[in-house]
Design a protein. Structure first.
Length: 162
C-alpha cells in the first residue's frame, strides 16, 4: 500500500484548535520557545510562517511574521502581520516580552560582570586622574588593563553607570 500525501494546507488545518479569542493554536510539534513546527519541503518550518505564505502571500525577503495576539503557536492569518527586525523588537518591547523586561537576560555591569578586573573605586580614580601624554599606558599597567580600556573609561564608553 502506498503512502498517502496530504496537502500541506489540510495538514495545518487538521492540527489546529480554535481558541475563544480566535487563535488557531497548533497541536503538533512545538519548538522550545512555543512556535509551532512542521516538516515541509525537507526542512522544519515554523507553522505561522508557512500559514502566512499559504493564506496571505509571499513573505518579503528579510521580513518576519509577527503575531498581533502574542501567542507563538497561533497561525490564524488574521493574527499575523509582517515586519522588519526593528518592528519585531519594538513589538516584543511593547508587549513586555523583551528579556531585559522579564529578567531572563539581566544586564551585568561593573563588578557583577564575570570578566571584571576593576572596582568602582578604581574607575573613579582613573577618571579623577589628570592625564598627560603617556599617562594612559602607565595607568593601564597599574590596574592590569589595556590603554584602550583606560580610554574607554575616560570617554564613558564603558562603566557608564558610574
Amino acid at each position: 500500500m502506498g503512502t498517502v500525501i496530504i496537502p500541506v494546507k489540510e495538514r495545518l488545518l487538521a492540527k489546529r484548535l480554535i481558541s475563544s479569542c480566535g487563535c488557531w493554536v497548533w497541536l503538533g510539534t512545538v519548538s522550545h520557545n512555543g512556535y509551532g513546527m512542521i516538516h515541509y519541503n525537507r526542512k522544519n518550518t515554523r507553522v505561522h510562517r508557512l500559514a502566512y505564505e499559504l493564506l496571505c502571500g509571499k513573505i518579503p525577503e528579510g521580513l518576519y511574521v509577527l503575531h498581533h495576539c502574542d501567542v507563538p503557536s497561533c497561525f490564524n492569518p488574521e493574527h499575523l502581520f509582517v515586519g522588519d527586525k526593528h518592528a519585531n523588537m519594538q513589538d516584543c518591547w511593547n508587549k513586555g516580552r523583551h528579556p531585559w523586561q522579564t529578567g531572563e537576560h539581566p544586564v551585568t555591569r561593573g563588578v557583577d560582570h564575570y570578566r571584571t578586573i576593576l572596582t568602582p573605586e578604581a574607575v573613579k580614580a582613573i577618571r579623577a586622574h589628570k592625564y598627560k601624554h603617556g599617562d594612559k599606558a602607565a595607568m593601564a599597567r597599574k590596574y592590569g588593563i589595556s590603554p584602550r580600556q583606560i580610554f574607554g573609561i575616560l570617554r564613558r564608553d564603558t562603566w557608564k553607570h558610574l
